[in-house]
Write a new protein. Structure first.
Length: 195
């Protein structure tokens, strides 16, 4: 499924990628960290529409890899930097809800843990066996981010909506945490079989 997203994005972003042929992809990676930082600041200040707009800038995260692949600028350091900045972005995008008072920390912390574990397990497994793609599981980063932004959109539309003692974002984060835990277990099981 992730490959389908990438192909669709590459086709749609072709007019954007071409003028960037001379730009170092690592520079694009660093610039891609600005939208998650803006999202974090906007959620903290309860500027939710601005946060939604900033979130759309996360699509910029795709461009660095596309430019690197298309213009043959792929490097090991570039992959390392991209993965590292993705973890920073995940931290900012998820913890913004706790720091902004929308979701309790006891809900945010497990989601953050399983989000990081999902990526770590893939990275560690692929470094142990480079011949196998370990991008398996129900909820990868792209799906997780879509669900997170959907939860904010629902909160903007229905700020008083509750499911028992949980607001709409908390309820979605709890479900996302369970799905992420399931993904972690899927990846551990797959790594056990392939390593």
């Amino acid at each position: 499924m992730l490959t389908a997203y990438k192909k669709l994005a590459e086709t749609a972003l072709e007019p954007v990628i071409q003028p960037l042929s001379k730009v170092n992809p690592n520079t694009l990676t660093l610039l891609g960290s600005i939208p998650p930082l803006l999202f974090f600041v906007f959620v903290l200040n309860h500027w939710y529409i601005a946060a939604l707009i900033a979130f759309l800038g996360n699509g910029f995260d795709l461009i660095d890899g596309m430019v690197a692949r298309k213009y043959n600028h792929v490097t090991n350091f570039g992959g390392f930097l991209d993965s590292t900045m993705d973890r920073v972005a995940d931290f900012l995008l998820i913890t913004a809800f706790a720091f902004g008072g929308l979701v309790r920390w006891e809900i945010v912390a497990p989601l953050l843990l399983f989000s990081f574990l999902t990526s770590y397990i893939r990275s560690r497994s692929e470094s142990a066996n480079r011949n196998v793609n370990f991008a398996v599981g129900l909820i990868a980063r792209t799906e997780r981010l879509i669900i997170i932004i959907f939860s904010l959109l629902l909160y903007i539309l229905f700020p008083t909506l509750k499911f028992g003692v949980f607001n709409v974002i908390e309820a979605i984060f709890l479900i996302l945490t369970l799905l992420s835990l399931f993904t972690v277990l899927q990846r551990v099981t797959y790594a056990y079989k392939k390593l």
